[in-house]
Structures are given as C-alpha cells and as structure tokens.
Design a protein around this ligand. Structure first.
Ligand code: OOG
Ligand code: NI
Length: 452
C-alpha cells in the first residue's frame, strides 16, 4: 500500500488532469497523442522507459506551474504540497536568466524520491517595480486569500496525522482542485491595463486574479520530436476543428541527441480566454486573458555540476551564435562517455543472476565492457532557468522584462527559504545519493566514490 500522501498526490494530479481536459479541449487531444506516441516508442525500444515504469505510468506524469504574489502564499503552499509529500527542490532566479528574465523567483515542489509529479512555483518580486506601481500591486494582493479556511484546516490535520485519508482526502482533492482552477473572474481592470502596458504581463496574471490558476499541466513524453511532429500532423487533420493557435516554433533546452540530457520542452500556444473583471464600483468589464497553454516535455539524464557547467556554456554560446547543434557538439553524445567523464549521474546494476556477488572497484571498467555491470542514466527531475524564462516569455507573449526599480536587489535561495519557512533541497545531492547507493550494491569494500 502506498503512503496516504503518495496516494493523495496521484489522485489529485489525475483530478487536475481531468479538470484541465474538460476546460481546455485541446488538452484532452494532447494527452491522447502523448499516450499513443509513448506506446509506439516503448514498443519499438523498451529501454526508453525509465526502469520499473510502464507506458501508462509515464504518460500519467505531470508537471504544473503556478505563480504567487506574496510570501505568506508560498509559505502556505509549501505546507500544502507537504500533504502530498512534495518538497521544494532547487532555487531558480528567473530575474537573472538572460534576455528573457522575469521578476520572479521560483522553486519546484516534487517528491524527493521516485518523482512522478512536480509543480513549478514562482513568487512575484514586487520590488522590481518603481515605487508607485509596486504600491498598486501590493495593495491589490494584500487582502487576497488563496487558501480557503476548509483547506487550511485540512492541511493542519495532515500535519498532525502525517497524511489524510477517507473523507478528509476527498475534501482535500475538491478544495485543491478549486485552488488551481481557472475561474474566469478578475479584479482591478485599471491595474491590469497599466501592468500590461508597462510590459509586466506576469504581474497582471498574478495580482488581478483571485487564485493561482494552473497555467499548464505538462504530460511526460518519451520523445518530444516525435510527439511534436504527430501533434502538428493531427492539428492539421483530426483536430483541425478545435480552436488552437498552433505549436510554438522552437524547443527549449538541449538539441536532439543520441543520449538525451536534462529537459527539453515546447508547447502549443496559449488561447484567449474570456474573463470578467468585477470592479469595486460594481461595474463588470468583459475582457480576454491569455493564460493557459499546453506544454510538453521530455526528460533526459541528470547532469553533475561539471556536466551542468558544460551545458550552461553551450547554451550561452548557442544564444550568441544561433547554432545550437554546433554549441552542443562539445558535450559527449553517449551515456558511456558521459559516465566516464563524470558529466551525468547513473544507476549501476548487475545484469545477470550470476553476477550477484560484488566486484572489486578496480574491475568496474572491465565489468562494464563485458556487460556484467550495466548503467542506466538517472532521469533529471527538475527544471532549467533559461528554459523556464523562455516558457514564461512565449506564454505571456512578452520577451523579458526590465527592472524599473532603481535599488539593486539580488535574490538568493536563502531569501526564498525564509519565505517558505523550510529548506530547499539541492537536486545534485539527491542524484549523487542515488548513484552512490546503486554503486554500493555492486562494489566491494568501502570506497564508494564513483568519481574522484
Ligand atoms: C512557469 C514556467 C516554467 C517550465 O517547465 O520550465 C516551467 C510559468 O510559466 O509559470 O513550467
Ligand atoms: Ni512547465
């Protein structure tokens, strides 16, 4: 039996997915295409599935994204996600992500082990605005309460009882679904216009809405290029009658490779959705807002700090030269080479019953060549700041924002941790621990450092 928190997480993400499919017609079709393409790939090449996962499980994985407006919201959000055994991992400073920077700092909530679902969670930094605008945004957010009293009570029960079951679990799913739903209502139309005119669409999407609507809920794909091609084909054929604005024309992250690394992402573009602004003077203003889009992702190998430095360098070079493939040519394109050079994390295992005895560390190279020890890349479960900034930018139709405030502020992980009132885990530590544990199973003695 899974832990009640794990069961609740799986249940909530299935419910959110069903909600999204009802609200966004194309989403249902995207999920259908994801399942078809993942099934086709796994049938052709079963090694593409992460060990122990089925096509159904992989196709049911989601990552969502939400945006918050003030510190106490992210504090309670951390408590909320803890009910699902999802913890804050990694700090992403999107205010410092190159040309497409946005005035937010972020983390992602996910299980520390066997990650299946994740939520990328951003907090608006209103100190990026000039004082007058900052005051208006802070005023709009001050009275906002995104958590209902009932949900706060359920969170407390979960904290006291280490999880929710029965009627409490049912109520949590209903409350949590309402927390992230698109409600079609907004406030402060004047502020909304002012923020959009000042090119702070991100702040408008947060401060003028009553709750943090999910702005995407991304399914996991075993091959993003094959999925992209199939989705594009279906949008011209069987799905042509559905309202859509086509697919984004590029894929964020590394180029296609024989040995996939990190994370590749793209999306179909956001639709205009009807929204009614209920103004303080009693008037109602009908408008549209571009909020929700359909992202897709493919996850590759997690990289070590050294591998990540190479990735960041290649990305910067690609941005300067426009030649993505050329810039990435320097990162070895086989898992074997990535392992030998200490650039990615791997799980080690023995390939047959005969090899169940542990081997001396100095015969590892021979065992790998002979195939008695096999490696499997550890999947990257996190996000990439430059890609995330690109996703914000294309979704908001706005490529980067500049600071208006004259004070210089540097955003740190410690600052976000103080808002969260809990520590942010470094993903590297999780990957390294997983690698070391697998290594320990097959190697004799006490020296379990894979890379000196
Ligand atoms: C979050 C964008 C980041 C990703 O996949 O990198 C993200 C947002 O648009 O709020 O979800
Ligand atoms: Ni995303």
């Amino acid at each position: 039996m899974p832990h009640p928190k794990t069961a609740l997480r799986k249940r909530l993400f299935a419910a959110l997915s069903a909600l999204y499919a009802r609200e966004v017609p194309l989403y249902d079709k995207l999920l259908e295409t994801v399942r078809d393409v993942n099934g086709r790939i796994a049938a052709r090449d079963p090694a593409r599935l992460p060990p122990g996962r089925s096509v159904d499980e992989i196709s049911a994985e989601r990552h969502g994204a939400i945006r918050l407006g003030k510190p106490e919201e992210i504090r309670d959000m951390a408590r909320f996600f803890a009910c699902l055994d999802m913890m804050p991992v990694n700090f992403y400073n999107l205010a410092d992500a190159g040309a497409k920077s946005q005035p937010v700092i972020s983390t992602a909530f996910r299980p520390l082990r066997d990650a299946d679902h994740r939520v990328f969670c951003s907090l608006l930094m209103t100190d990026a605005f000039a004082p007058a605008m900052r005051r208006r945004v802070d005023d709009a957010l001050r009275e906002r309460r995104i958590f209902s009293p009932a949900l706060l009570q359920l969170i407390e029960i979960s904290e006291n009882e280490n999880g929710l079951t029965g009627g409490n679990a049912d109520a949590f799913v209903a409350e949590a679904t309402a927390l992230f739903a698109w409600r079609g209502t907004a406030r402060y139309h004047g502020l909304y216009r002012a923020l959009v005119d000042a090119r702070f669409n991100i702040a408008a999407d947060i401060a003028c809405f009553p709750n943090p609507h999910l702005n995407h809920l991304t399914p996991n794909s075993l091959d993003i290029d094959e999925l992209y091609t199939e989705m594009t084909r279906r949008l011209q054929g069987p799905y042509a009658h559905l309202p859509h604005r086509g697919m984004k024309d590029s894929i964020e992250g590394p180029p296609r490779r024989a040995a996939p690394i990190l994370l590749r992402q793209t999306a179909y573009n956001a639709l205009d959705e009807a929204v009614v602004f209920a103004e303080n003077n009693g008037s109602r203003i009908r408008a549209t807002h571009r909020a929700r889009f359909g992202e897709i992702e493919q996850r590759g190998a997690a990289m070590t700090p050294g591998g990540r430095r190479l990735y960041d360098k290649a990305l910067a070079e690609a941005e300067a030269t426009g030649d993505l493939e050329g810039a990435f040519a320097r990162i070895p394109d086989s898992f074997d080479a990535l392992r030998r050079e200490g650039l990615a994390y791997f799980r080690y295992s023995t390939s047959s019953q005969a090899a169940k005895t542990r081997i001396p560390a100095d015969s590892l190279a021979g065992a790998l060549t002979a195939g008695t020890v096999v490696i499997h890349p550890i999947r990257y479960e996190d996000f990439l700041p430059v890609s995330a900034a690109g996703i914000f930018a294309s979704n908001l139709g706005q490529y980067g924002t500049r600071r208006e405030s004259t004070e210089t502020v540097t955003y740190t992980k410690e600052r976000l941790e103080s808002y969260l009132e809990t520590n942010i885990t470094e993903a590297y530590e999780l990957y390294a621990a997983e690698e070391t544990a697998s290594f320990r199973e097959i190697i004799e003695g006490d020296d379990h450092t894979v890379f000196p």
